[in-house]
Design a protein around this ligand. Structure first.
Ligand code: HEM
Length: 396
């Protein structure tokens, strides 16, 4: 049995959220897990252990919540959906989602995404200077993904991102930051739930396709509404942050931009490496369903464990000594930015298509990008990215 190092550090402090990597390095070096005194919880940061937890959904369950609260003992803040469920309940919901987000269904979204990407690039090139977060990374999924789901355009801007940020706050501690995101998200829940109802969705969007599974009896009407809610809660903030993080990585290196401009097919690799390097979804919890010994550590039944995919994605044991470098040519496959196992991100094909279409169009039409201001970190207990990235572009 290994001795566990105890850490007084707070991974949720402003400083550690803005730059978590020095703390992650110390946590990984201290052993397969460390005890976080402030939160009374075991935390896992190495790639092997984080992956092994995520793929063992029988021992490390989601139904008791993916935040610090044990939802088998305390009430949830809202009805639990696909992510906070275990088999057998999880299976039919997952099957409905996988069917709706099929390769064919996703391919049919490309033309709409491309049209908006061109329109956006026309505007950005005409402007010359803009904020790559508020004027690119956020507006693209709000328009492209919102249209794909089939929700009304009005109200998206005010509701979708604050609603997602509030939702993702529940995957971390209930501190002042959590309360701030809840205050900002106040009222957005009603808008989101109203737009999950069948009568408010366009007839040809992903939302309506989910409801067809309820008509066929594969899922209940309550589950259909929760699945549309899952699309709207999980799909916006994460994709916006991933777009911003990729532009941050690429705007920091003129050579990298030149490479994607000359060969836009490299953008897929640039995106995947950015997902590894700056993972938008940094951490969440699991709960043990039974007492077990895991990598030499004794775990009790019903114990919460905190996992950091954001740290696992920087583990030199997995990625080599240059794990802290952004290197576009790296084989970043195997990163945990989309999770792993039965809950691995079901929306991944859509977010990849959004990022690929937008950023490939960007790289094709823009010869050079320059930073014209300092990137400003977005501080959130679960998500990582920027709230501002001022850029200047020179058209091809
Ligand atoms: C770059 C963007 C995205 C990232 C980094 C991301 C990340 C993740 C991660 C890490 C998980 C697993 C969480 C866990 O195991 O506890 C997850 C699950 C999920 N994601 Fe995403 N996601 C992204 C985009 C999306 C989009 C666009 C959608 C909607 C179309 C979506 C819908 C979901 C859903 C519904 C689940 C739960 C799946 C299940 O429990 O079976 N995500 N995502």
């Amino acid at each position: 049995m290994s001795a566990i190092s105890s850490f007084s550090d707070d991974p949720y402090s402003d400083e550690n959220l803005a730059d978590p990597y020095p703390l992650f390095e110390r946590m990984r070096a201290a052993g397969p897990a460390v005890w976080l005194e402030r939160y009374d919880v075991l935390a896992f940061t190495r790639h092997t252990e984080v992956r092994d937890i995520l793929v063992d959904h029988e021992t490390f369950i989601n139904g008791a919540g993916v935040g610090p609260k044990n939802l088998h003992k305390e009430p949830a803040w809202r009805p639990q959906g696909i992510l906070e469920s275990d088999p057998p309940m999880h299976g039919p919901m997952r099957a409905a989602m996988v069917d709706v987000i099929s390769p064919r269904g996703v391919r049919s979204l490309r033309a709409g995404f491309q049209e908006f990407a061109e329109e956006l690039l026309d505007r950005l090139i005409a402007q010359g200077e803009f904020d790559a977060i508020t004027e690119v990374a956020e507006v693209f999924p709000i328009r492209a993904f919102g249209d794909a789901v089939g929700i009304p355009r009005e109200g998206r801007m005010e509701n979708l991102l604050p609603h997602g940020a509030m939702n993702f706050s529940t995957f971390g501690p209930e501190d002042d930051r959590y309360r701030e995101y809840f205050a900002k998200g106040d009222g957005t829940r009603d808008w989101v739930m109203a737009n999950c109802a069948r009568e408010n969705l366009s007839t040809d969007g992903l939302g309506s396709k989910i409801w067809e599974h309820a008509d066929a009896g594969a899922i209940t009407s309550d589950q259909a509404a929760l699945l549309v809610r899952a699309l709207l809660s999980a799909g916006l903030d994460t994709t916006a942050l991933a777009i911003g993080n990729t532009l941050r990585c690429l705007s920091g290196s003129p050579e990298a931009w030149q490479a994607v401009h000359e060969k836009p097919s490299l953008m897929k690799f640039a995106i995947d490496e950015a997902l590894r390097f700056e993972s938008p979804f940094q951490s969440f919890f699991r709960t043990t369903s039974r007492a077990t010994e895991f990598h030499g550590i004794q775990l009790d039944e019903g114990q919460k464990v905190l996992v950091f995919p954001g740290a696992a994605n920087r583990d030199p044991a997995q990625w080599g000594e240059d794990a802290d470098e952004y290197r576009m040519t790296r084989q970043a496959g195997g990163h945990l930015a989309f999770g792993m196992g039965i809950h691995q991100c079901v929306g991944q094909p859509i977010s990849r298509l959004e990022m690929d279409v937008l950023l490939t169009t960007f790289a094709t039409r823009v010869k050079r990008i320059e930073r014209v201001g300092e990137p400003v970190p977005y501080l959130h207990n679960t998500l990582k990215g920027l709230s501002s990235l001022p850029l200047k572009v020179i058209a091809a």
